[in-house]
Design a protein around this ligand. Structure first.
Ligand code: GLU
Length: 290
């Protein structure tokens, strides 16, 4: 089956959209228009501790103002938690995940103690001994589920080191073309958080496949994510989209544009009387100086 060219913009409603988001959304939208393809909007709202309905409403307003149109119904990840759990069950049945009871502080301390081998400063803790795990479970301690890179390698065999993805844009170091997936750069990632029961990488991989996304267009801060998402696709038997990572807009301080370094919210620009052409001009200037 030929899948129609499809891309998506997948914001998390945890704040107001600013110029950096507009750049990402417009890059995906313009590419969809140029390809005569589909443009989807996906609301990545699994983190119930941080999402706010007002931010979600703001996303719809801002994107409509920018002139974007998207298919409905819009997928909201909070309405599909059962699907992410099913994917987690699949990985569990293959023996690829383990419970992690560590706190953030424990993980940080273990990373600091770890010898700096080829995997660098990432966490590869592995499961606890069965009796200690049983004890902690009996005490009702909270745990996250992590992907075991070692188990994933055993599961895939030689194919594990032959996983690649196509980078149509550029990674932060100019990476382009066929890239060998190196999920070890992120270590044993969390697939289900202690607090919200699912985590970003798993939900994204399940949804990109479910929605038939052929081209993932997003900021190059997520280039590393593609490495581990490629591995998850292989483990779950899902197709791999083409990736096109775009540069990040930089603020006047030379740091990535963000709310905290003065990135103007799109709503504020609109209310100040700016037009979409003004926003595109601001983006072109910020891209030029990045
Ligand atoms: N929800 C993610 C974010 O807002 C984007 C995920 C993606 O594009 O893969 O940063």
């Amino acid at each position: 089956m030929v899948r129609a060219w499809t891309t998506r913009f997948a914001p998390s409603p945890t704040g107001e959209l600013h110029l950096g988001h507009a750049f990402s959304a417009l890059t995906a939208w313009d590419a969809a228009v140029a390809a005569g393809g589909r443009f989807l909007l996906r609301i990545e709202d699994i983190d119930a501790t941080r999402v706010r309905p007002a931010f979600e409403a703001g996303i719809f307003e801002d994107l409509a103002w920018l002139g974007l149109r998207w298919e409905t119904p819009v997928l909201r990840q909070s309405e599909h938690l059962a699907d992410y759990h099913a994917a987690l069950e699949d990985l569990a049945a293959k023996g690829l995940i383990y419970r992690c009871f560590r706190t953030r502080a424990d993980v940080a301390a273990e990373i600091t103690r770890a010898p700096h081998g080829p995997s660098g400063a990432v966490f590869v803790g592995g499961p606890l001994a069965p009796d200690e795990e049983a004890e902690r479970l009996a005490r009702g301690e909270a745990f996250a589920w992590r992907l075991s890179l070692a188990a994933a390698r055993r599961h895939l065999g030689p194919a594990a080191s032959a996983l690649t993805f196509l980078e149509d844009g550029h990674g932060p170091e100019g990476e382009h073309g066929v890239i060998r997936a190196a999920p070890e750069r992120l270590g044993d990632i969390v697939l289900a958080r202690k607090d919200v029961g699912v985590a970003y990488h798993l939900a994204v991989v399940v949804d990109d496949a479910r929605q038939g996304v052929t081209d993932v267009i997003r900021g190059c801060d997520l280039f590393e994510a593609a490495h581990v998402q490629r591995l998850l696709q292989a483990l779950l038997g899902l197709p791999t989209p083409t990736y096109r990572h775009h540069p990040l807009l930089m603020g006047p301080d030379g740091k990535r544009l963000a709310k905290r370094n003065g990135a103007p919210a799109l709503r504020a620009l609109r209310e100040a009387g700016e037009t979409v052409a003004d926003v595109r001009r601001r983006i072109a200037e910020a891209v030029g100086s990045s």
